[in-house]
Design a binder for this molecule. Sequence first.
Ligand code: NDP
Ligand code: MG
Length: 392
Amino acid sequence: MQAITLLGSTGSIGTQTLDLVAQYPERFRVVGLTSYSNVTLLAEQVRRFRPQIVAIGREELLPELRSLLTGMRPLPELVAGTEGLCQVAAHPAAQRVVTGIVGCAGLLPTLAAIRAGKDIALANKETLVAGGPVVLPLVREYGVKLIPVDSEHSAIFQCLQGVPPGSLRRIWLTASGGAFRDWPVEKLNQATLADALKHPNWVMGRKITIDSATLMNKGLEVIEAHWLFGLDYDRIEVLIHPQSIVHSLIELADTSVLAQLGWPDMHLPILYGLSWPERLATPWDPLDLVKLGSLTFKAPDHRKYPCLQLAYAAGQAGGTLPAVLNAANEAAVALFLQERIRFLDIPRLLEQVCERHQVIPAPSLEDILEVDAWARQQVELLAQQAPAQVLA
Ligand code: NDP
Ligand code: MG
């Protein structure tokens, strides 16, 4: 029986993780749950999965959570705020922590989990993108495992099982191309929020769906892969694969290429993140290649997806630049989700904020948190002060 804690239980990753806990009650038990503001769903999950500790990110919602759980026996420990999230992440009863929080808000709870010796099933890529320089040394110091849940990284991790050290030449991250994969680049200035939210293959949270439309999601994944697999950026490639069946590939020293395939459904990489190194039997439909008929691949169009190159450049520069890019992206996507900026303003804002940043080469946690806040402010200022320029 694996005892798990689930950060971000009310989101897309969180609810799919709980589907699996419900499907394998003899294998997984929930110790802790967290959400940010969705107190109603959190309370339902608490009643159903009976964790020992629960955190709500927004402290002012703690009384409402308490009242929604009136009469529950035994009542779990209820905590709130960032400190509460960290308490849940570090709870002694759990062995593995699934990080399903969206954004750099996941960084402090993830660090708390690592310091408490938990293995991390990592979905929250922004944490590694921004915090890589502090997360990786701690992972080594505390001897914990980082098990990727992001489907591409899970695919690479799966392909790497049994590959001898030193024989990995490069990796290929596949990308669906997002909502605009079939749009000509000239039409992107007309892209609306509703258009950008229509992902062709995956149903996910709103932020990552927009990141898929800009291809920033793949850019973040390139940086995530750098930290997870210890590869230089010239050994991480991106391939557009519209069907999202080949989840990623690795190339070995002898030119052999290995890939992991499956339906575009996060349940599988989440399950592997929970069960690794074991494989659990599932009742799911097997992959049907005959029905699929053909799988296609092409190179990404950098004119259409400038965010991808911004991410490679930030990754290569290193230090605090990935944290700045990530925070600026979170802020710009939030503005786009509020329809305060247009789709093409996202890469423009990111470029401007990255240009203004003085990179700190070997940042501390404080440096990362500081530049994260700075980058968010810069996006807000640029969007407010020079809308004509930004929105040109
Ligand atoms: P969602 O937006 O669906 O869920 C996010 C979760 O995080 C919710 O539980 C939310 O709580 C919580 N949350 C939001 N803001 C904060 C905050 N400031 N502090 C603490 N908790 C917060 O996101 P997804 O599930 O789509 O994505 C989660 C992570 O997994 C992301 O990093 C994403 O890139 C990654 N990922 C997601 C995939 C997917 O299929 N969805 C695939 C691969 C990676 P509340 O509901 O209360 O707001
Ligand atoms: Mg992914």
